[in-house]
Design a protein around this ligand. Structure first.
Ligand SMILES: C[S@@+](CC[C@H](N)C(=O)[O-])C[C@H]1O[C@@H](n2cnc3c(N)ncnc32)[C@H](O)[C@@H]1O
Length: 148
């Protein structure tokens, strides 16, 4: 067993899941704030130098999970680990956001897809070293091709 305590909470414009854009080609450009708890402020030193951050968070408004999921971007089921479904055995979310600025414990970001008040488990700088030509997009590429 692992027990994680939030390091902060998301201030998001989204109060309900239905407000969050979903589906193929959707762009997440909503702005929000990652509000880190004061006892962790020292941990934010030098975060300002990064353009993008990984935010690791908890789907705190989900109970239970399914091993297959039908994502809004496709009409076919896929294994949950091949999707970003919130209904997963460990309800952990991962979002890449653009860091717009920092005001003490408040990180102003663009690209939130979490509900207001979502607990943040961790923040890490976004660094991608995967060459574009080696990336494969699995069923998503097929779903996009079918819609084109
Ligand atoms: C498809 S998931 C993707 C989340 C993240 N980018 C990921 O890949 O882990 C995004 C959806 O999670 C749901 N969601 C957002 N915040 C949540 C929360 N705190 N608890 C439960 N569900 C949440 C909303 O329905 C939203 O549309």
């Amino acid at each position: 067993m692992f027990l994680f305590n939030p390091i902060g909470f998301v201030e998001s414009p989204y109060k309900e899941s239905s407000e969050i854009p979903k589906g193929l080609g959707v762009k997440h450009d909503a702005e929000g704030v990652l509000k880190v708890l004061p006892e962790f402020e020292l941990g934010l030193v030098d975060v300002d130098g990064f353009s993008h951050l990984f935010v690791i968070w908890a789907f705190d408004r989900i109970t239970g999970f399914d091993l297959t999921a039908c994502p809004p971007s496709d009409n076919r089921p896929h294994g949950v680990f091949a999707t970003r479904s919130p209904r997963r055995p460990n309800p952990i979310g991962l979002t890449v956001v653009q860091l717009l600025g920092r005001d003490h414990v408040r990180l102003h970001v663009r690209g939130v897809d979490m509900l207001d008040g979502t607990p943040i488990l961790d923040i890490k700088p976004y660094l991608s070293s995967v060459p574009q030509e080696t990336l494969r997009r699995g069923w998503l590429a097929e779903a996009e091709a079918r819609k084109a």
